[in-house]
Design a binder for this molecule. Structure first.
Ligand code: TMO
Length: 314
């Protein structure tokens, strides 16, 4: 009896080992990893994509619009997103979760995306970082394009479209002038910074910017979820978006429903993947400061952080 039990246990253990060895890859179908249009996202996507390949999976990098990607995740047309930013994507992400996409957990990183300015402007616009002080300073940020209004250099459209609505909701003397790509944001910042001229632009953290430029976020009325849904909330009783973005936002990972069904071991690995603020800022800096490609930056990160990613695989 005892012997039989022992045999049964060792047979089970043997089976577990065999199925463990066979666990990855469960399918040769490619896992579609979404890539977006900012550098940390591209580096981290390549890190997880390369690690999935090491585990034996086929990986297909699929570029996508930052909002439309959530429909693709809900539909199972794409499988994984490494950086879900609360400030710019929570609304689309929540719709995707209701439609079948899966929340794969949060990174340790704490995020913020909002209006940002170089610190030397604190002397030009007394009362900063308060948004009312910025508004009172609008004339100093006026350009030929914006006339008497201050210019807010806004993000590409797919990173969220609420900044013009915020200007209207708060009755600010500002106009958003959106850029087409991140590089234009940094070119505008660099040009102003070199001449110590006022500029206010969309920025986020973690990012390489904090290592290169001294600046801070504008403080708008503190975010609460009701600000995005209830017009009565906030100082404008007839409008939503009369607040800033979350100052301590989450950074999550998202997957399709078929990710967990088709490749459960890959999904278990991706749930454990976890980046910190300094790691993400450094990932962006490898590309934006050191001039590496996202692919090479990912290879360097993998070479330098073996203990970190090995723990995610166990
Ligand atoms: C989505 N982003 C981090 C660029 O603000």
């Amino acid at each position: 009896m005892k012997l039989f039990k022992l045999f049964a246990v060792s047979a089970m253990m043997g089976a577990a080992t065999v199925s463990g060895a066979l666990a990855a890859p469960e399918s040769a179908e490619p896992i579609k990893v979404i890539t977006n249009n900012w550098t940390s996202q591209l580096v981290l996507s390549n890190v997880v994509g390369d690690l999935l390949k090491q585990m034996g999976y086929n990986v297909e990098y699929t570029p996508s619009d930052t909002q439309l990607q959530y429909t693709a995740l809900a539909n199972g047309d794409m499988d994984f997103q490494i950086e879900v930013w609360e400030g710019s994507q929570a609304e689309s992400f929540n719709k995707a979760l209701a439609g079948g996409a899966v929340d794969l957990g949060a990174h340790d990183a704490v995020t913020r995306e909002d209006w940002w300015y170089p610190k030397y402007m604190n002397e030009m616009c007394p009362g900063l970082p308060d948004w009312k002080a910025l508004d009172a300073c609008a004339a100093k940020l006026a350009t030929a394009e914006t006339g008497t209004k201050g210019r807010f250099v806004g993000p590409p459209a797919d990173w969220g479209k609420h900044y013009s609505e915020r200007i209207a909701a708060l009755g600010m003397n500002f106009q958003e002038v959106p850029v087409g790509q991140a590089a234009t944001l940094w070119a505008e910042l660099q040009a102003a910074y070199d001449r110590k001229e006022p500029v206010v632009l969309f920025n986020w953290t973690p990012n390489f910017i904090e290592a290169k430029f001294d600046g801070q976020f504008v403080e708008f009325p503190t975010f609460e979820p009701a600000c995005w849904s209830d017009p009565k909330w906030g100082q404008n009783p007839d409008a939503i978006y009369d607040c800033g973005a979350p100052a301590k936002g989450y950074l999550k990972k998202a997957g399709s429903a078929r990710l967990e069904k088709t490749w459960p071991a890959a999904a278990a690995f991706l749930k454990k993947v976890n980046f910190t603020n300094p790691q993400i800022a450094a990932a962006a800096a490898m590309v934006d400061v050191d001039g590496m490609t996202p692919e090479d930056a990912a290879k360097k990160w993998i070479a330098d952080n073996e203990a970190t990613w090995k723990a995610w695989m166990n």
